[in-house]
Design a protein around this ligand. Structure first.
Ligand code: ACO
Length: 363
């Protein structure tokens, strides 16, 4: 028995591979550096979903179909006064996604891809007392998400930065949320149920819930000079440093680099939080030094969540929505894995070892 299933191979997949020692992420035959900053999210989906449905999906078709799905999903928004909107953003987006009929077909998949993309900006705005902004069919997925959030025209640089993020987080081996999606898919419950289970798993701070706390940490540290002492104190108090460490990577998470470069490109195209970026670089350097000294036998490096926090903040997403923005990208991976599981897998039903008391036999 392996607590946490470390190193247990639970399935075979054509979708992605994580090399934790080499620091390499492969998505369907392409390393991340051939994809991030190069392809759009729709192009990435065409790759991930190539064998998922009977229809052959090219990026152009997907762009059109997802745009239609965004309009369809927008019509499912509740009124501004709906009690559901009192929930935190991620919980509200998950609850809104649950309204759709379950199924294993392409239409259900398209609706699920559109759901976090439409509901997240709408819920953010409605909670702020603003009107939700309808999707614009002329825009690509990433540009439209930012347009629905900010209600203004979006620069090519901003759209490219969000595309880079969505592509970078789209799939990542047998992470906790993808495993949850596959377990549910293995019961043939349908894609909506699989995606909702995955969404729940993603929310925890040990998985996709870390970037909000990364910003809390940067706010608490305040200036580069405070980094060392603040981090030492946090570790003395038994806390974990958010944005560092990973179950699989023993080297720097390649996704952290992809996002750092996206942030640099964005910063280069205007005054996008240069001071914040400097603070983050100092905090990262101090954290890596301290973790290496304190845990010499356990390499703890920067993970994807550290630069996710900065990129999403720069793009104007409030921190309480970060997990839901993560879901906008990872939903493609969840659907691809769920379909792969139903097509080729069988019911996932492991064993447990009982450690409780045994009944006392009657004499
Ligand atoms: N800060 C300080 N110490 C850490 C950290 C950290 N970020 N991560 C691990 N450690 C320590 C643990 O306390 C443990 O120490 P011990 O052996 O003295 O008890 C040792 O390193 C090994 O930790 P594990 O819990 O075995 O590592 P695991 O593989 O389970 O954890 C995880 C991976 C959950 C990501 C962990 O590194 C962590 O909590 N990081 C902070 C939260 C975070 O950044 N989450 C996002 C992950 S990326 C993603 O899922 C998209």
């Amino acid at each position: 028995m392996k607590n946490g299933l470390d190193d247990v191979v639970a399935t075979e997949t054509m979708l992605s591979d994580v090399d934790g020692l080499g620091g390499i992420l492969i998505i369907r035959g392409h390393s991340l550096d051939e994809l991030a900053g190069i392809v759009t999210y729709e192009e990435l989906l065409a790759l991930l979903l190539a064998d998922a449905f009977e229809d052959k999906l090219d990026a152009g078709t997907l762009r059109r179909e997802i745009s239609l799905a965004r309009q369809d999903v927008f019509r499912a928004l509740p009124d501004a006064g709906a009690p559901l909107l009192r929930l935190p953003v991620t919980d509200a987006v998950r609850a809104l996604t649950a309204q759709f009929e379950d199924g294993d077909d392409l239409a259900t998949a398209l609706r699920l891809i559109a759901a976090p993309a439409v509901f997240t900006p709408a819920v953010i705005r409605l909670k702020q007392g603003k009107a939700a902004v309808a999707p614009d069919p002329a825009l690509g997925h990433a540009a439209d998400i930012l347009h629905m959030l900010h209600d203004r025209s979006i620069s090519a640089g901003e759209a490219a930065a969000l595309d880079t993020y969505l592509v970078t987080v789209s799939d990542h081996g047998m992470n906790a949320s993808t495993f949850a999606a596959r377990v549910v898919a293995s019961t043939h419950a349908g894609l909506v149920s699989s995606v909702l289970a995955a969404f729940g798993a993603l929310k925890g701070p040990l998985h996709g819930g870390a970037p909000g706390p990364v910003l809390d940490m940067l706010d608490a540290i305040g200036t580069p000079e405070n980094a060392e002492s603040w981090l030492e104190k946090a570790l003395d108090n038994g806390e974990r440093l958010m944005g560092f460490g990973h179950r699989i990577y023993r080297v720097r998470d390649p996704r952290a680099d992809a996002l750092m470069q996206a942030l640099r490109r964005l910063a280069g195209s205007g005054d996008h939080g240069a001071g914040r970026f400097k603070l983050a670089e100092s905090v990262e350097a101090a954290a890596l030094r301290i973790l290496a000294r304190r845990k010499p036998d356990r390499p703890l490096k920067t993970n994807v969540e550290f630069y996710t926090a900065l990129l999403l903040e720069t793009l104007g997403f409030p921190r309480e929505s970060f997990t839901s923005v993560f879901a906008m990208g990872r939903v493609g991976g969840w659907i691809a894995h769920a379909r792969e599981q139903t097509q080729h897998g069988r019911l996932i039903r492991p064993q447990s070892r009982y450690t409780g008391p045994r009944p006392i036999k009657a004499a």
